[in-house]
Design a protein around this ligand. Structure first.
Ligand code: NAD
Length: 700
C-alpha cells in the first residue's frame, strides 16, 4: 500500500459520454486540455500531443492519413483546435529520404511546411518528427515533475526499469529534433508492446490506440512515479535537511518589496523588467535547505525549464537569523557583477563559430533564504511563468536528490539549446515590444472615469498597472473590467487613501512586491466642491487640501523614492484642472488646491531632472461622461450656476469650448499616455490642457 494521500495522485478526468460526441481532432483537443489543466502533468507551454487521423484530402478526394500535432508555441492546457498543425503522414515519412544525418538535422525543420495539410497556417514544431515516427495513432509528450525527477537522476535508467519494468523504455539525452524522432521510432519498432519511454534529462512519451487509452496510460504512468517517490521519500531528509527558518509572511513580503526596485537598478539596462515574488511552500523548503547552494549550482535539467529560467539562478546572500538587509543591499553590485561574469564565461566556453551574440547576462531567478524567490522578465506573465518553471525544477531536484544523485543538463548541451539557431530565429520573429512594455504604472483614483480610462490606455501599451482608489467596490469593478480585456497578469487593484501617509507607503510597497517597482505615477485621485468663500467651511477647505494637495505630495514623495532607487528614467503625471490656472468664482477651495498641485509638479520637475524623473501636468476640463465627480452635487451646483438643467451641461460645455467638442476620459488618458511615455522623453515641468480650447487657460 502506498502512503500517498489520494489527493496528491492525478485524478482521471476523462468523461466518456462527452468524448463520444467529439470528432477525432476534437477528442485530441479534449485530451490535450485535460492534460494541460494540471501543472504536475506538464509545465506551462511544455509538452505536446498528437493523433494520426484519416480524413478526406481536399485535392485528391480520397482518405489520407494526417498528423494532428500541437504546433509551435502555445500551451496544451489552453490551446484551441487551431493550435494544432496538420501534416500529411506520407510526406513526413518521405522526408527520411532527404535526411543527411545528425549533423544536418536542423535543416529538416525547413521541410516541415512542405508537408502541410489543408493550408493550415499553424507552424509545425520541432517536436513533430518525435510524434510522426512512433507507429501509434495517439502520442503524448509531457513534462511531469515526477517523471523528470527520474529522468534527471544519475541512475535514471535503472529507476525507470524498477518502476515500470518493460512497459516504459528509456532513451539517453538527445536534444529534440529529427534524430530523436528516429530514435523513438527505432525504440517503438523494437518494443511494439511498450507503452512509452522516459527521455533522459527531458520528459515522458506515452502512446495508445485510442485517445482515451493514451490519456489513461499517461495518467497511470505519472501516478506510478508519484507513488514510487512517495514511498522512497517517506521519512527521508529532503534537500539535506533544514538550514534556515522562514521569516513570517509579512516580513518576507516587505523584504521582497525592498529588494525588487533595487534589483531592477542592476538589470534593466538593455530592457525594462517586471518582477514576480513567490514564497510558496515548495520554494521555501528549497531556499531554507542545506543543499540550496549545491543543487542550484548544478542548474536545471529539462530544456523547457532553463530556457525560461536561465541555466542557473542567483542566490542572494541573506541570513534570516541575522537579517541585515542593508548588508545584502550593499553586496548586490558585486553579486550581480559575479553572476554576469559567470554567464559570460559560460558563453565564451561553449559558443560555436556561428552562435548568436550573447544575450542579457543578468539572472532571471533570485533565491533568498528565509524569504522566497524573485523572478524578473520582460513582462509579468513571463516573470510569473519563469518562477513556476523554477518550481518545476525544484520538484525535480527534490525527487532526484532524495532517491539518487540529481544531474543538471551537461553545460555544452544546455548552451546548444539556449543558443540554438532555431531558438534564435524564434526570438527574432517575436513582435516588437509595445511602447510601455516592462514598465509599472500606479494610477490613483483608478476607479474613477479618467483613472480607469488611463489604466486602459497604459495597459494597451504594455504597461503593468496598479489601479488604486479609496472606493474599494468601484475599484473591484474597474479592475474586473480591465482584467477582462487585458488579462489578470498585468492589472492589480490596491486600496489607498491618498491623504494617509501610512496608506500611501503601503501602496507603494505593495506595488513593488506585485511588479518590482514603479516607473510611472499618475496622480489623479480627486473630488470637487463648490461654495462661495463666505460659505466655505474649514472642513471643506481642509478636505480639498488633504486630497488634492497633501495627497498629491504624499503619493509623489513615496513614488519618487522608489524611482530614485531604480536609477532609470521615470515619469509622473498630475491630473490637475483648468481651475488650477484660472480662478473660478464659488470654488476657491478646489481651485486653490488644484493650483497647489500644479506648482508641486513644477517643483518636483526641478528636483527630479537630475534623476531622469519627469513631472508634467494634464489639465482636463468638463469631462462629464464616466466621471463620478459629475454625477453628484457638483453637477447640480454647476447647472444651477448656469441656470440650466443638469442634463444640458455637457452640451453647454461643448458650445463653450473653442473647438465645439466634448472632452472624454479617453482624451485625457491619451495626453497622460503621451507624457508618461518616451514620446515625451524631453518634456518636464509642462502643463497640457485637454479642454477642447479655453482661451483663459492658455499657459503662455
Ligand atoms: P471621479 O470621481 O470619477 O474619479 C476620482 C476618483 O478619485 C474616484 O474614484 C474617487 O473614489 C477617488 N478618490 C477620491 N478621494 C480619494 C482618496 N482620498 N484616496 C484615493 N482615492 C480617492 O472623477 P474624474 O472626473 O475621473 O476625476 C479625476 C481627476 O481629474 C480628479 O483629480 C479631478 O479633479 C480631475 N478633473 C476632472 C475634471 C472633470 O471634468 N471630470 C475636470 C478637471 C479636473
Amino acid at each position: 500500500m502506498s502512503s500517498v494521500p489520494s489527493g496528491t495522485l492525478l485524478p482521471n478526468k476523462w468523461n466518456a459520454e462527452h468524448a463520444a460526441g467529439l470528432s477525432e481532432p476534437e477528442r485530441l483537443l479534449y485530451r490535450s486540455n485535460l492534460l494541460g489543466s494540471d501543472l504536475r502533468i506538464t509545465n506551462f507551454g511544455g509538452g505536446n500531443t498528437s493523433a494520426k487521423v484519416w480524413q478526406k484530402d481536399p485535392l485528391g478526394g480520397g482518405d489520407v492519413e494526417i498528423l494532428w500535432v500541437k504546433g509551435s508555441g502555445g500551451d496544451v492546457g489552453s490551446m484551441k483546435l487551431d493550435g494544432f498543425s496538420t501534416l500529411y503522414m506520407d510526406k513526413l515519412r518521405a522526408l527520411k529520404g532527404l535526411y543527411r544525418g545528425e549533423e544536418f538535422e536542423d535543416e529538416m525543420v525547413a521541410y516541415l511546411p512542405h508537408c502541410t495539410f489543408n493550408l493550415n497556417p499553424r507552424a509545425a514544431s520541432i517536436d513533430t518528427p518525435l510524434h510522426a515516427y512512433i507507429d501509434k495513432p495517439h502520442v503524448d509528450h509531457m513534462h511531469p515533475d515526477a517523471v523528470i525527477a527520474i529522468a534527471a537522476a544519475k541512475d535514471s535508467r535503472t529507476i525507470t526499469q524498477e518502476i515500470y519494468g518493460d512497459d516504459i523504455g528509456w532513451l539517453p539525452w538527445r536534444r529534440p529534433g529529427y534524430q530523436l524522432g528516429l530514435m523513438l521510432e527505432a525504440y517503438f519498432n523494437d518494443n511494439p508492446n511498450s507503452k512509452g519511454v522516459v527521455l533522459e534529462s527531458h520528459g515522458l512519451f506515452t502512446w495508445g490506440d485510442s485517445a482515451k487509452e493514451c490519456y489513461d496510460i499517461t495518467i497511470d504512468i505519472i501516478n506510478k512515479a508519484i507513488v514510487w517517490f512517495d514511498a522512497k521519500t517517506d521519512g527521508v531528509e529532503i534537500f539535506g535537511g533544514v538550514r534556515h527558518q522562514s521569516l513570517d509572511a509579512q516580513t518576507r513580503h516587505s523584504i521582497a518589496s525592498t529588494l525588487m526596485p533595487r534589483v531592477r537598478s542592476f538589470i534593466d539596462a538593455s530592457e525594462r523588467k517586471i518582477g514576480h515574488f513567490n514564497d510558496s511552500d515548495a520554494v521555501l523548503e528549497f531556499v531554507n535547505s542545506n543543499k540550496l547552494n549545491e543543487l542550484a549550482a548544478l542548474g536545471t535539467s529539462c530544456p523547457d525549464h532553463f530556457l525560461r529560467t536561465k541555466i542557473r539562478p542567483i542566490i542572494i546572500d541573506f541570513d534570516p537569523k541575522n537579517p541585515n538587509l542593508d548588508a545584502v543591499i550593499d553586496g548586490l553590485a558585486d553579486a550581480f557583477a559575479a553572476y554576469r561574469e559567470d554567464y559570460k564565461s559560460y558563453y565564451t566556453r561553449c559558443k560555436h563559430d556561428n552562435s548568436p551574440a550573447i544575450r542579457d547576462p543578468n539572472p532571471v531567478i533570485y533565491l533568498i533564504p528565509g524569504v522566497g524567490m524573485l523572478s524578473f522578465a520582460k513582462d509579468k506573465a513571463t516573470a510569473r511563468i519563469a518562477g513556476e518553471f523554477y518550481v518545476n525544477a525544484i520538484n525535480v531536484m527534490r525527487g532526484s536528490d532524495t532517491v539518487s544523485t540529481y544531474m543538471g543538463l551537461d553545460e555544452q548541451e544546455a548552451f546548444d539549446i539556449e543558443y540554438w539557431l532555431l531558438e534564435e530565429a524564434k526570438l527574432q520573429r517575436m513582435p516588437k515590444a509595445k511602447s510601455l512594455a516592462g514598465r509599472v504604472a500606479v494610477v490613483t483614483g483608478g476607479a474613477g472615469g479618467i483613472g480607469k480610462a488611463t489604466c486602459g490606455r497604459l495597459l494597451q501599451e504594455g504597461a503593468c498597472v496598479v489601479a488604486c482608489d479609496i472606493d474599494t467596490d468601484g475599484l473591484a469593478g474597474a479592475v474586473a473590467d480591465l482584467q477582462g480585456v487585458f488579462g489578470k497578469d498585468q492589472v492589480r487593484g490596491l486600496p489607498v487613501n491618498v491623504t494617509s501617509e501610512e496608506s500611501v507607503i503601503k501602496l507603494m510597497h505593495d506595488s513593488c512586491a506585485e511588479f518590482g517597482g514603479i516607473d510611472i505615477l499618475v496622480s489623479n485621485a480627486g473630488i470637487s466642491s463648490a461654495a462661495p468663500i463666505d460659505e466655505t467651511s474649514l472642513e471643506v477647505w481642509q478636505r480639498n487640501m488633504d486630497i488634492l494637495s497633501t495627497g498629491y505630495f504624499l503619493v509623489a514623495r513615496e513614488a519618487f523614492k522608489i524611482m530614485k532607487l531604480q536609477k532609470r528614467s521615470a515619469s509622473m503625471v498630475f491630473v490637475a484642472s483648468k481651475n488650477g490656472l484660472v480662478a473660478s468664482p464659488g470654488a476657491s477651495a478646489y481651485c486653490t488646491a488644484k493650483a497647489s498641485e500644479i506648482h508641486l509638479a513644477r517643483c518636483l520637475a526641478l528636483e527630479g531632472a537630475p534623476f531622469g524623473i519627469r513631472v508634467n501636468v494634464v489639465n482636463p476640463d468638463a469631462v462629464l461622461r464616466g466621471s463620478k465627480i459629475w454625477s453628484g452635487e457638483w453637477r447640480e451646483q454647476r447647472a444651477k450656476a448656469y441656470d440650466m438643467a443638469p442634463d444640458q451641461l455637457e452640451e453647454h460645455y461643448r458650445q463653450r469650448s473653442m473647438l465645439k467638442l466634448s472632452v472624454l476620459p479617453e482624451d485625457i488618458a491619451e495626453a497622460i499616455y503621451f507624457l508618461a511615455s518616451d514620446n515625451a522623453a524631453k518634456s518636464t515641468g509642462n502643463v497640457v490642457n485637454v479642454d477642447a480650447g479655453h482661451a483663459p487657460s492658455f499657459t503662455r
